[in-house]
Design a protein around this ligand. Structure first.
Ligand code: Z5A
Length: 206
């Protein structure tokens, strides 16, 4: 029986770096692993990703449009990748999922959580990840790790207070459902983080 694992956190906490570690760790245990991401994960959802992250020309993207595009990408991703993989008993590891909508569009943009919950129920029904791993670090530290990047997408261009609200929203969600969430201190050296990730993954493999 496969498991559904999601990696979350604000920009710069090390999701991309640790996705690689998680997938290799699970493959090393002879598990059949599917690696994916949101927004994205299918051809169509990647096109939506491009619209939502890189639209910069004619008009600003309305906050509701941003939320609905995230869910349009997610609906396609769920139908085409997530449900088939889980049905086949594969392990699915996603760089972001539903919690990012609550954190960014809810915490960050200020959309009421109960409106997001309506979309969650519509698109996901009762689908929930088995584990959500939140890589957590102070905003200043996380943003300092990506400061050297020359090109920043629409959301990455937001200010520190936006990311502070996003971080708080993630931590609140973890508090409400501690059985499914794990918080890892992403300010620590990678070796320490990966030791913690191994423990979290071993718990699921057992
Ligand atoms: N979004 C949304 O708004 N609503 C939604 O519903 C969904 C998504 C699903 C997707 O971007 C954007 O979409 C995201 C939220 C929004 N916007 N933002 N911001 P993404 O997830 O593809 O990209 P990102 O969040 O901007 O990730 P990132 O900038 O690539 O950061 P990262 O993957 O977490 O970090 P990294 O690239 O692995 O590491 C950054 C640097 O730090 C790198 O040089 C590493 O070598 C270094 N690093 C990492 N860990 C460490 C430690 N422990 N010590 C020292 N250095 C480290």
């Amino acid at each position: 029986m496969g498991k559904f694992i999601v990696l979350e956190g604000i920009e710069g906490v090390g999701k991309t770096t640790n996705m690689e570690f998680i997938c290799q760790y699970l493959s090393g245990k002879h598990l059949d692993v599917v690696r994916t991401r949101e927004p994205g994960g299918t051809v169509l959802s990647e096109k939506i990703r491009d619209i939502v992250l890189h639209t910069k020309d004619t008009e600003p993207l309305a906050v509701d449009a941003e939320l609905l595009l995230m869910f349009a990408a997610r609906a396609q991703h769920v139908a085409e990748v997530i449900i088939p993989a889980l049905t086949q008993g594969r392990w699915l590891v996603s760089d972001r999922f539903i919690d990012a909508s609550y954190a960014y569009q809810g915490g960050g943009r200020g959309i009421a959580y109960d409106r997001i919950a309506i979309l969650e129920h519509w698109v996901l029904n009762n689908l929930k990840p088995d584990r959500v791993i939140i890589l957590d670090a102070p905003v200043e530290l996380a943003l300092s790790r990506t400061r050297h990047r020359k090109v920043k997408d629409r959301i990455e261009q937001e200010q520190a207070d936006f990311f502070t609200r996003v971080r708080e929203a993630y931590l609140q969600r973890a508090q409400v459902d501690p059985a499914r969430y794990r918080i890892v201190d992403a300010a620590k050296p990678l070796s320490h983080i990966q030791e913690q990730l191994s423990t979290i993954l071993d718990e699921l493999i057992k």
